[in-house]
Write a protein that binds this ligand. Structure first.
Ligand SMILES: [Cu+2]
Length: 692
C-alpha cells in the first residue's frame, strides 16, 4: 500500500506543471489556492535544516469535493519533506486541536508520504522521529508541525462589534436603507447575531406574487409521456403565493424517448416576461430559451414555440431563464426524463424522481424577493424549509431488501446538498448527462444547484430511514464548525423481504463498469497533460456594503470552506443586493468580463477549459458552473485527475480551486456559460460562447 501510494505521489508530481498545477507547487496567479490547500510545516525547537509541505489533495471520487456522510471535508494528505537526518524512522500524524484524536498518516520515506483520506474539521500535522515505523502514538521527538487552514478560523472581538466600537456598528449611509417593509428573515438555530448586523435590510423593494383566495393553489406534478412529434401545451402562470407550469409545482414531469423531438407551445401568463430553458439538452440553439441571445423575452400574454430534441438519455430539467432568483424560486421548474432501451442499469425494484429545493419562510410566510435586483447577492438565498417535489416531508414505503433508483435534481437557488440515507447502502450510477464509467459506493451524494445524480439505494434493514442533508456549517462569530442535519423525508422499510426473483442484492453489490462509456471516454484521457485552450477566473466586486458587513467579511476571509454549505451569515447575506455585489467571470487573456466575453469554439473539437475560483476575492465560495447546449467531462481538480468520468453540463468549482473540464464542442450556436446560483447569475455571473 505504502509503496503504491508513493508511486502515485511521484506520478502526480511528474505531471508537467503547466498542465497540472497543484496547491503546493510554486504559486502562479491562475493556480489552486496555496493557503487553503497546502500546509507549510514549521521545524520544532532545536531542529534546523528540515522543511516540508503537506498538500490537502482532492479526494478522487464521483464529485469535485470529497466529503463524509456527516459533511466533513475529506482530503488525501501528500507530504514532501526535505533535509531529514539519516538514522531514525519518521512518521507523519494528524491530530485534532484538542488532541483527543490521533491518526497515523504514514511513514515518511524517500522524502514524502501519502495518507489515506483524512476527515477532520480542524487538525494539526506532526512529523516525529521514532525508533520503529510501527509506533502507535507520536514520540516526544517532534521534527515538524503545521496546522490545517481551517484552524485560522477565530472569533473576532465580540465586545468591539456588539458595542459598535471602531466605527463599524453604525449604518452605512444611504445605501442600506430598505425600500418598503421587509419582514425579519429567520435565524438558523444556535447562531448569535450582532446588533449591527440585525439592523441590516436590503435596499430594494420586496416582491411576492399575490396570495388571494381566488387564486388556485399549486397542484402536484403529473407525469406526461410524450411521443415523437407530440405537442405539449405549457403555460406559466400565477398560483397562490407562487408561480407554476400548468398550475403544477414542480411543472409536469416530461417523459420522452431518446432521439425523439417534441413541440412545446408555450404561453406566458405571468406578470413579467420570461423564457424557458431546457437544461442539459443538446437541442437546436433557437429553442434554448435565453432572452437576448437565442430569442426575445416572452412578454406577459405572449407565446413562443420550442422544438426540443433529445439526443442523450438521462435526467434533465426545464426552468425559467429570466430572473431565476425570482421565477425559479417561486416554482417555475420541472423534470425531464429521457429514456433509452440501451442504458444498462443494474436492476432496481422501483424508481423515484425527486426535485429538491429549499425555500425561505419567516414567521408571517415566505420572505419576499428583491424587485429591482436580487437580495442575498453575496452567498445566494439559502432556504430553511426543504421541499421534495414541491412538498414538505417526503414519504416512501418499501419492503426490506428493495433497491430504489433515485433520480435527484437540485433545483435550489444556492444550496449545495450532501444527501444520504444513513443506515442504507448507496451507490452513484449516473451524473447529469449519462452514466459514470463505473458505479461507485458512496456515503453521500454532493449535489450542487442544477446538478443531477442517479443513485441506487438498498434498504436492507426494517424500520425508518431518514433522507437527510448533513453538513458542517460555520459559526463565523465563534470561529467553529457545527453540524447541521436537515431531514427531507422518511423511508419506511417494512419487515417483509422482497420476493426471490425481485431481490437484487447481488446486482447491487457489484459495481458495474459501463463498457460503452469506457470506450467513448477513453480518448479524452490524453487531454489531461495538455495546457488549457481557455481559462476563466471566477471572482466578484462589491461596492457600498455596510461597514459591519465589510469588516466581518474581511475577517472571515482568512479561511474559506471549499463549499459554503449553509447560510450562516443570514442578515449580511440577505441585505446584500445585486446593486452592491457584482459576480464576475473574467477571461484573463483579454480582460473581458461576463457578457462581454464571446469565445469561439470550433465545432467538432474537444476544448479544454480551466475554471479558476479566485482565492483572493472579497468572498470566496463555490460556483456550480453550467454550460448550455454542450456536454463536458471533468478532467482534474487542483491537479488531481478525475478517475471516474461521466458526461456533465454543470460542475461544482470549490472555493480557491482549479477545475479543468473538456468540452465536447459539437452543437452549433450561441450558448450561455454561467453560475447556477440564481443570485450570482442575476448579479452578472454569465458569459456566452459560439460553437461553429
Ligand atoms: Cu456563483
Amino acid at each position: 500500500m505504502r509503496r503504491g501510494a508513493r508511486a502515485l505521489a511521484l506520478a502526480l508530481i511528474a505531471v508537467p506543471a503547466a498542465a497540472q498545477q497543484r496547491p503546493c507547487d510554486p504559486q502562479v496567479p491562475l493556480g489552486p489556492s496555496h493557503d487553503l490547500y497546502c500546509i507549510e510545516l514549521i521545524p520544532a525547537p532545536g531542529v534546523t535544516g528540515v522543511s516540508g509541505r503537506v498538500e490537502l489533495s482532492h479526494q478522487n471520487g464521483p464529485f469535485t469535493i470529497g466529503v463524509t456522510g456527516d459533511g466533513r471535508s475529506l482530503y488525501t494528505l501528500i507530504g514532501v519533506v526535505a533535509g531529514l537526518p539519516r538514522g531514525p524512522r519518521y512518521v507523519a500524524w494528524a491530530m485534532s486541536p484538542q488532541m483527543d484524536t490521533v491518526i497515523k498518516l504514514g511513514e515518511v520515506r524517500d522524502g514524502g508520504f501519502v495518507s489515506h483520506a483524512l476527515a477532520l474539521n480542524k487538525f494539526v500535522v506532526l512529523i516525529s522521529a521514532e525508533r520503529s515505523a510501527s509506533a502507535r502514538v507520536p514520540s516526544r521527538r517532534l521534527i515538524l508541525r503545521g496546522q490545517s487552514p481551517s484552524t485560522r478560523l477565530f472569533p473576532p472581538d465580540l465586545l468591539t462589534f456588539s458595542a459598535g466600537g471602531g466605527g463599524i456598528g453604525g449604518q452605512g449611509g444611504d445605501h442600506d436603507h430598505a425600500a418598503g417593509d421587509w419582514p425579519m428573515v429567520p435565524m438558523p438555530e444556535g447562531l448569535t447575531m450582532l446588533p449591527a448586523e440585525m439592523a441590516l435590510r436590503p435596499a430594494v423593494t420586496p416582491y411576492l406574487p399575490p396570495t388571494g383566495d381566488r387564486l388556485p393553489s399549486a397542484g402536484r406534478s403529473e407525469r406526461l409521456r410524450l411521443a415523437h412529434g407530440d405537442t405539449l401545451r405549457l403555460e406559466a402562470g400565477v398560483v397562490r403565493g407562487g408561480y407554476a407550469f400548468n398550475g403544477q409545482q414542480p411543472g409536469p414531469l416530461l417523459e420522452v424517448t431518446r432521439g425523439s423531438e417534441v413541440v412545446v407551445a408555450f404561453t406566458n401568463h405571468l406578470p413579467d416576461s420570461t423564457a424557458i430553458h431546457w437544461h442539459g439538452i443538446r437541442l437546436d440553439n433557437a429553442s434554448d430559451g435565453v432572452p437576448g441571445l437565442t430569442q426575445p423575452p416572452i412578454p406577459p400574454g405572449g407565446a413562443f414555440t420550442y422544438r426540443v430534441r433529445f439526443p442523450d438519455a438521462g435526467i434533465y430539467w426545464y426552468h425559467a431563464h429570466v430572473r431565476e432568483d425570482i421565477q425559479q424560486e417561486l416554482g417555475l421548474y420541472g423534470n425531464l426524463l429521457v429514456r433509452t432501451a440501451d442504458t444498462a442499469w443494474t436492476p432496481a425494484n422501483r424508481e423515484e424522481i425527486l426535485m429538491l429545493d429549499d425555500v425561505l419562510v419567516g414567521d408571517s410566510g415566505p420572505i419576499p424577493l428583491g424587485r429591482e435586483s436580487p437580495t442575498h447577492a453575496l452567498m445566494g438565498r439559502f432556504g430553511n424549509v426543504f421541499l421534495v417535489n414541491g412538498q414538505r416531508g417526503y414519504r416512501l414505503a418499501v419492503r426490506r431488501g428493495e433497491v430504489v433508483r433515485f433520480y435527484l435534481t437540485n433545483a435550489a437557488n444556492a444550496r449545495t446538498m450532501n444527501l444520504s440515507f444513513p443506515g442504507a447502502h448507496m451507490k452513484v450510477v449516473a451524473a447529469d448527462a449519462g452514466p459514470f464509467l463505473q458505479e461507485a459506493s458512496v456515503e453521500s451524494v454532493v449535489i450542487a444547484p442544477a446538478e443531477r445524480y442517479v443513485v441506487h439505494v438498498r434498504f436492507d434493514r426494517p424500520g425508518r430511514v431518514a433522507f437527510v442533508n448533513q453538513v458542517q456549517a460555520l459559526d463565523h462569530l465563534f470561529g467553529r464548525f457545527f453540524p447541521e442535519v436537515d431531514t427531507l423525508g422518511i423511508v419506511e422499510v417494512a419487515p417483509e423481504r422482497v420476493g426471490g426473483a425481485r431481490d437484487f442484492a447481488t446486482g447491487f453489490a457489484a459495481l458495474q463498469r459501463d463498457t460503452a462509456m469506457t470506450r467513448e471516454l477513453s480518448a479524452y484521457q490524453g487531454y489531461l497533460t495538455e495546457a488549457p485552450a481557455k481559462t476563466l477566473l471566477l471572482t466578484l466586486e462589491t461596492r457600498d456594503l455596510p461597514p459591519v458587513t465589510e469588516r466581518l467579511m474581511q475577517l472571515d476571509s482568512v479561511f474559506f470552506q471549499s463549499v459554503e454549505w449553509s447560510g450562516t451569515m443570514p442578515m449580511m447575506n440577505w441585505a446584500s443586493t445585486g446593486r452592491q455585489v457584482r459576480w464576475i467571470l473574467r477571461d484573463p487573456e483579454t480582460g473581458r468580463e461576463n457578457m462581454d466575453i464571446d469565445w469561439r469554439l470550433p465545432r467538432g473539437t474537444s476544448v479544454k477549459i480551466r475554471l479558476v475560483n479566485e482565492r483572493r476575492a472579497f468572498h470566496g465560495m463555490q460556483h456550480p458552473i453550467h454550460l448550455h447546449g454542450q456536454r463536458f467531462i471533468v478532467l482534474a481538480v487542483n491537479g488531481t485527475p478525475t478517475g471516474n468520468l461521466a458526461w456533465k453540463d454543470t460542475v461544482l468549482v470549490p472555493a480557491g480551486s482549479v477545475v479543468d473540464i473538456l468540452i465536447d464542442s459539437s452543437n452549433p450556436g450561441h450558448w450561455m456559460l454561467h453560475c447556477h446560483i440564481a443570485e450570482h447569475l442575476s448579479a452578472g455571473m454569465m458569459m456566452h460562447l459560439t460553437v461553429n
